[in-house]
Design a protein around this ligand. Sequence first.
Ligand code: SF4
Length: 404
Amino acid sequence: MGTYSHSRLSTFEQCPRKYKFKYVERFDTGDRVSVESFLGKIVHQALERLYELVTYGKIWSEEELLKFYDDSWEKQKPIELVIRDDDLNEDHFRDRGRKMLSDYYQAYHPFDQDRTVALERNVVFNLDDDGKYRIRGIIDRLAVKPDGTLVIYDYKTARTIQSQVNLDEDRQLALYQIAVKQLWPDRDKIELVWHYLAIPEKRTSERADVDLDKLVDETIRLIREIEQARIDDNFPTKETRLCSWCEYMSFCPAKIHQLQADEQAGELRDDEIVKAIDRLVEIKEYFAALVEEEQTIKKQLADYAKLNGLTVLSGTNKNVNIRFWSQYRPRFAKLTEGKAEEKKRFVDFLVETEMIDQVFSYNAQGFNSFVTKAKYNPAYRDRLFEMIEHVDCAPTVTIRNKTG
Ligand code: SF4
């Protein structure tokens, strides 16, 4: 059975499939590193170096601390730093780390609140007497207060702070307390401290032996569950809002279809939908304005041509032909009141004169030709002309190539 860490246990609790990707299949996600985890790493290194020098009696200035941080950032920057928020860039995150260190420096300088006894200390310890269930971890800083209390420190760079209830049940530092008790059995007072550097705020908690015994039982149960999942190869996906930060999302069976669908939809992400809609509205409004301008220009050209008795106007490279035309149409076509009655009178007339099939087979242009070319029985001319009218139509304006 392997040795477990707090983050390994947490990964299984978060999503068994993610656990399989990471600890069973050991999937390689390449050189991509999230900016948040990179920032956390560099801030931890800076604090480690700061306290290491303190143990030698050297106190860095704030500028020296920040220079170490800046240099480490530059030297260790990965090939691809993943920044999920489009509105932020690398400098925003680097500055955030500087601010955390600066605030911490000003709050704790000259760093004599306690005496550091270990930094980034690796611990491996047993949960049971047989050594079957083993845990390993790294303690950010271990210190002794003037009253002899041992303090286990953890530095957090995330921007969220846990509630006191959650901290009093936190597994990570409580597991480290078990390790510390095994290493220093004579120390009976141990304090757990979290520094939320981004807030900035410090939180503390203490655990009694009974709490630690309960934690050991729960942790052993969880390890057995993971071992059973491995035997059964049963690592189901567990979708939560944390999936957005999952480095295995593009391989995940629960997400792959969704990602493909997003790609087919033009690779729009959720946060791009509003922008896309705004752009679509802009385009529609732009085209509507162009159409309106086109109609206005056509009318102006037609008015000019009519006034001057012209049918062709010349542009730089093209001509515009203007055709003035009129046509016959049934009177009911333009009526708003009494339209139904007038239409019925017209249809009755066509039925009576047996012209209905002929007329109804025409479109507007065909009907005009029917009238002007007198394709009807002349005996009905007067009655027909009572029910139709001759109207001027909007001039047709078309662009033509210049000839000659
Ligand atoms: S994307 Fe979500 S469901 Fe898939 S492995 Fe990651 S955490 Fe699990």
